[in-house]
Write a protein that binds this ligand. Sequence first.
Ligand code: FES
Ligand SMILES: [Fe+2]
Length: 377
Amino acid sequence: MIEDAHSASHDPGSQWSRYVDAVLGFRDYWYPVLLSRQLGRKPRSITLCGEEIVLVRDQGRVYGLRDRCPHRGVPLSAGRCEFAGTLTCAYHGWTYDLASGDLAAALTDGPESPIIGKASVRVQTYRVEERAGLIWVWVGDGEPSVPVETDIPTGLLRPNLAVEGLIRVQKGNWRYAAEAGVDEGHVKYLHRRSLWTFFRELPAWNVIRVLPTDDGEWQARIPQHTSFGDHYPGVGWWPPRPRFWQSRAREPAPVGFRLPCWVRIQRRDWTAYEVYVPRTPDTYLSVLLATRQATGFAALRFRAWYYLYSRWAYQMLFNGQDQWMIEHMRIPPEQLYRPDVSVISWRKLCHQQARGAPIGASRPTPTAAVPAVGRPR
Ligand code: FES
Ligand SMILES: [Fe+2]
């Protein structure tokens, strides 16, 4: 493992080339993209694995269509649901069936419009499901090869689960964000100056192994040896002695990761999930979830704690430190060190076990070429 870390490089011929190629993620997965409550009557546009998609809620179901009207290329997300089961483009009123993507009517060309039924005016549809308070979209060719539950962590499907979350578009490629999520070494330095860790004595360093969890669902970082302070030859003692208000955690919070882009951090009485959803080569969707199995007053108390403290101190400030790094990284090249065994394990997992093909940045973009014409005067 140590040798792996020292000889690691980030070139496409390396041992995790499928990961390097996955600029826009992997096909054949369900990805979470919105909290269910974020989609009301108004269509919403999202970008997922390089594809622009409009999500529409109609009569209790959520549908997904490519966010581009075949007529003149206007985003369908600017349109509205004029009739049940359809979405009407904002420009000339072409009206699409939400389930099939077929052109159902061209309102401004009369009921007998000859454009109806033409294959070239059909809009691509996406399979969408709602589970665990989230909207999930399938990225793949054809019908999903697995049910959505396969790609949802079991913990998120437990009954009576209070789920709160913060979903934001962030700068940086999804792979850098995922790597920050699994990165072992940074917690002990970058996050040392954070409100979230203010009362905690953090270790100086540790040695870890990465092993699958008993249920096989996650790859877990398992500490083998932990030091809370050491003398570093030629440099001195680090870190400074803890303040009187700082105490050691009895157990480190177990951290696990799984495909296609998930990290789970298990706390004593709640669980954090972080999903780094591929979006464009330079942006990703940060899906940060806080969950607790609770009902009634306990659920209410959890939600109050989330909105009054954890959303701000953890998801914004603590995770904001990671974001600061993600936006400033300049790789390749890179030289990895011993704690990066977690990063290497993650890359290998992607390379060896990702279900679908890596999606590269060279996929044709959905935007039509704009003819070079002057502006009318
Ligand atoms: S651009 Fe959509 S109807 Fe014309
Ligand atoms: Fe972090």
